[in-house]
Design a protein around this ligand. Structure first.
Ligand code: ARG
Length: 252
């Protein structure tokens, strides 16, 4: 008797499990939206138009990738420093934010094939007397929180003895520079060049840069990674990425 109940119970559980599988499969077939996290303070990769729409190289590329794979795309703006956490807690399916595919980040997230490479630069006001790493002594250098520049500056600091200020937003960093609250900004060259031109600033290349290329980031073991990498490789080959680089005036 007991055995019989047990068997009935088991069959019930089995049925429920099967039903649950059926539902979740159905749901994932309907749910064709990919959620992307970004930090829209980083032109020409991602920023807002005056109307509050996302725009930039990463935004265009993300739309093209989603189209190619047959998904809708939803974009969420977050602090750059929170993007890895958003991936780890599965709040987003992937991140595109001019994010450099560093070994350190690879411990926590997976990366696609790299789609763009940028050097790094120090930006200053036009009349600044800072032209080299040696000139940084005693000055205040600003970096965006959670970036490779924060990590890089912490290393350079030992040798060149400057103050470091971490700032949440890349756009705020430029404001701080213009208003003299920092003497130097340290950021990706592909972004610095735009600010230099647009805001009448100047700067010099970081001679020590070893930044890896930028790539799409995923939660560890995401099944999307291989598909997205394949599309990126195709876009590198067929000129789609070169076209976007031209549109957004990215060289390198
Ligand atoms: N490439 C640098 C990094 O990966 C900076 C990226 C900052 N991106 C942004 N959207 N603010 O750390």
């Amino acid at each position: 008797m007991f055995k019989k109940v047990g068997f009935a119970g088991l069959s019930m559980i089995l049925l429920m499990v099967l039903a649950a599988c059926g539902t979740s499969e159905g749901a994932s077939e309907e749910q064709e939206t990919l959620v992307m996290g970004t930090s829209a303070d980083f032109p020409p990769f991602e920023s807002f138009t005056p109307e509050g729409e996302f725009e930039g190289f990463d935004i265009d590329l993300a739309h093209k990738i989603a189209d190619e794979l047959g998904y809708e795309l939803e974009i969420k703006d977050m602090k750059f420093d929170g993007l890895i956490g958003a991936l780890q807690s599965d709040r987003v399916d992937f991140v595109m934010a001019g994010m450099s595919a560093t070994d350190q980040r690879k411990q926590n997230v997976d990366f696609s094939t790299e789609y763009h490479h940028s050097g790094e630069m120090f930006i200053t006001n036009k009349n600044s007397e800072i032209h080299s790493l040696e000139d940084l002594e005693g000055k205040t250098v600003g970096v965006q929180l959670g970036t490779i520049q924060q990590e890089g500056a912490e290393k350079l600091q030992e040798e060149y003895n400057f103050e470091l200020k971490t700032i949440n937003q890349a756009s705020t960093l430029i404001q701080e520079l213009k208003t003299g609250r920092i003497d130097v900004g340290y950021m990706d060259k592909s972004v610095a060049e735009g600010y230099i031109e647009e805001q009448g600033l100047t700067g010099f290349d970081d001679p020590t840069t070893v930044a890896p290329g930028m790539a799409v980031a995923f939660p560890k073991d995401s099944e999307l990674q291989a598909d997205v990498s394949e599309v990126i490789e195709q876009f590198l080959e067929d000129g789609t990425i070169a076209e976007l680089e031209e549109k957004w005036e990215l060289d390198e």
